[in-house]
Design a protein around this ligand. Sequence first.
Ligand code: ZN
Ligand code: ZN
Length: 410
Amino acid sequence: MKQTLLEKYAKVAVQIGANVQKGQRLIVNSSTETRELAREIAKQAYLVGAKNVEILWNDAYVSRYGYLYQSDEELTTIPKWFIDRYQHYVDDGACLISITSPITGINEGLDASKIQKANVATSKAISFFRNHTMGNHTQWCVIAAPNAVWASKVFPKLAKDEAVEALWNAILQASRISETNDPVAEWEKHNEILSKHNIILNDYQFDALRFKNSLGTDVEVKLVKNHIWAGGSENSSKGIEFNANIPTEETFTMPHKYGVNGKVVATKPLDFQGNLIENFWLEFKDGKVISYGAEKQEETLKNLLNSDEGSSRLGEIALISHDSPISNSGILFLNTLFDENASCHMALGRAYPINVKGGVDMNEEELEKIGYNSSLVHCDFMFGSADMSIIGVTPDGKQVQIFKNGNFII
Ligand code: ZN
Ligand code: ZN
């Protein structure tokens, strides 16, 4: 990994991702596997005037020993100083960058319920911090960096070093970073294109979208009233623009939980709880999956659909041009941050309140009244293709072509 490229990537994370402000504190979640990137991010943040950069190191191997050797009680006792620290980040207006670098399969063979208990205890204790970031009260950003285990899963035929290098190249390409470009300018341009799509689609306020391709997808997805198309950069409640995900290609909104009819054929495998569901399809009636099939892991698909009441209905519909860097790479990253940005996708399960006017201020009951789907799962799957056609139906019945041959034409 060349230093110049690492520097460019860190710059994008700091200036476009979290958009760290002069005098602001930056918190970086980093694995010990990704320390070079964490260091470079710290440097770039100081260069734009951050008052303090704090790295919260985590190590999946050490966590594993905890799950293995600590008692339930030890794992679920959260000390007060830990909570206070996060409260201080909120009070101080800190922004956040999280570097994701999954050690694929690290917790295999461990007691899953023990891991679940530990995670629930921590996330409950600092749920105020999660609400603070997810509610966009500050700027936050998720980016990725490779480790040897993950890289070898994505590129199983390569030697470890080569796999890491190949995954770095793929991540940088997907993140619009090259030796010759100015990635910050590139991202500003990209955000403009995404926001243009959001504005046009928001103006139309389509009643429904009709998807069709030669693989057999033929489905109508009704959208909730007063839906909001989001994607690309967002504004924090303090009015600072940031990008929550790098990369991001999607423009997404809220389908109506009772308004999906027809058949959808997936175009990429779906990784659910470590099992790969391949060549599958779903048929919807009045929003609910009524039949389905898969060439591989049909049982896993069944488990996903039966997770709870909302997991057989949709919570998200996202449009992505087939001609995008991630899709063009043809790589299956085995990580949602990338794979969901390769193709038009839908999500089974929970919807996002931000996708409807006033949604963030509504309670669960009010949301459900307008067609919001609630569930413990949110599982994206890809169904876009090079020949996808999408037609929007306006509230007065007019038809507008949105996608032709897999790409946006509006
Ligand atoms: Zn999405
Ligand atoms: Zn999603």
